[in-house]
Design a binder for this molecule. Structure first.
Ligand code: SF4
Length: 383
């Protein structure tokens, strides 16, 4: 069996708790509750050990560049000095060895001028989770007391849009809710002037299908295609949309590095606040312990992790990883069976097409047909 490509991204859970209680969150609101038994913030000794492991792995594989994403819970709950400690330790280990892009994925409610100062000094970019305008966002993204998070997110986004911070704004991450009007959501996201937007399908399995799941009507494909049409036909680029760009790249013969579409190997690992090493967080939507590997940064290097049979199995892309039903599918190169978590059924595990199969088939084939026709027309007019 071929070896998977090396890891190039580490998602680091610097804080376990969150100050919001979004009801679509895979960490707190779905099947896996392992976060309850982990330290609320990552200790500096764990950060130092992680930095050492990163350094040895990057040197061994001569990786030219890697990415670190600071995550949670809400990563800002780790506090500025702890985040500075981790970033400094990682940059020290990788100096002169590899480029290292560091970003943080936040709900933005706790962003402050002090935080922006830390991020400017350490070149840490910030992605913000936002589901649209006030109505769309407050459907799910609320505090534990049920209060809206919208105004405090706005204050954080205003800070990120200031000229001195603008280059640190990585973009917005929006979870699709088909009850929200797609074009209004897109325009509300654009109003924040994001350099990039990504859309996530709500976490779901065959056991717990997504809201409005209907393979005949394909509501998620319809929602996303409405946004795609607006984005694709805009007179000038309004923002980048990762999901659409990935499908377009694949349709034009390129390689997308994505967990959501395509047949690439998964190239990232999650490091929890106690130093344990896990697979994609999205697997937490399937069952308790689904992301766990039993390995940790103190006892194991990342090559040992890569050789672990469950890790190797879970991250390997390609046709062999997919259900028989996907093998003959005309969009398998584009769809790749979707996110692994979305294939889960308690009786058959992951050997299924995605619970979003019908949506993915429509979404990927329409985008493919559109860009291939335009590419052919362009080539025709040039010859
Ligand atoms: S569209 Fe469905 S059958 Fe085709 S690859 Fe995706 S999940 Fe599999």
């Amino acid at each position: 069996m071929r070896e998977a490509k090396p890891f190039v991204e580490w998602i680091v859970k610097v804080a376990q708790p969150c100050n919001l209680a979004c009801d679509h969150c895979y960490v707190y609101e779905l099947r896996d509750h392992s976060w309850r038994h982990k330290p609320s913030v990552m200790a500096t000794a764990t950060m130092d050990q992680l930095a050492l492991r990163l350094g040895e792995y990057v040197r061994r594989h001569a990786l030219p560049r890697v990415r670190i994403t600071l995550h949670g819970g809400e990563p800002l709950l780790a506090g500025p000095s702890r985040i500075e400690h981790l970033v400094t330790a990682v940059r020290r280990e990788l100096r002169g060895v590899a480029e290292c892009g560091i970003s943080l994925q936040s709900n933005a409610t706790l962003l402050s001028p002090l935080w922006m100062d830390v991020f400017r000094r350490h070149a840490v970019s910030v992605g913000v989770s936002l589901d649209g305008g006030r109505d769309a966002n407050d459907r799910h993204r609320r505090g534990r007391n049920g209060r809206s998070s919208y105004d405090s997110v706005q204050r954080g986004l205003e800070l990120l849009r200031r000229p001195e911070n603008k280059t640190l704004f990585a973009g917005l991450l929006c979870t699709v809710d088909v009850a929200n009007p797609p074009l209004r959501v897109y325009e509300e996201l654009l109003a924040q002037e994001p350099p990039a937007v990504n859309f996530l399908l709500p976490h779901a399995t065959w056991e717990h299908p997504p809201p409005g799941h209907d393979p005949v009507r394909t509501p998620y494909a319809d929602w996303l295609l409405a946004v795609f049409e607006r984005w694709y036909t805009a007179p000038r680029q309004e923002t980048r949309v990762r999901l659409f760009e990935d499908i377009m790249d694949l349709a034009l013969g390129g390689l997308a590095r994505s967990e959501s579409v395509g047949l690439a190997d998964t190239d990232f690992l999650v490091v929890e606040s106690d130093g344990t090493i896990e697979l994609s967080d999205s697997l937490k939507a399937t069952r308790e312990g689904a992301a766990a590997t039993g390995l940790d940064v103190f006892a194991h290097d990342f090559d040992t992790v890569a050789r672990h049979p469950e890790v190797a199995d879970a991250r390997r892309g390609g046709l062999a990883a997919l259900a028989d039903a996907c093998h003959g599918c005309e969009v398998v190169d584009l769809c790749g069976g979707g996110l692994r978590a979305h294939r889960f059924h308690p009786r058959t595990g992951f050997a299924n097409p995605s619970v979003y199969c019908a949506d993915l088939r429509v979404l990927t084939s329409r985008i493919r047909d559109r860009v291939q026709a335009d590419a052919a027309a362009l080539l025709g007019s040039a010859s």
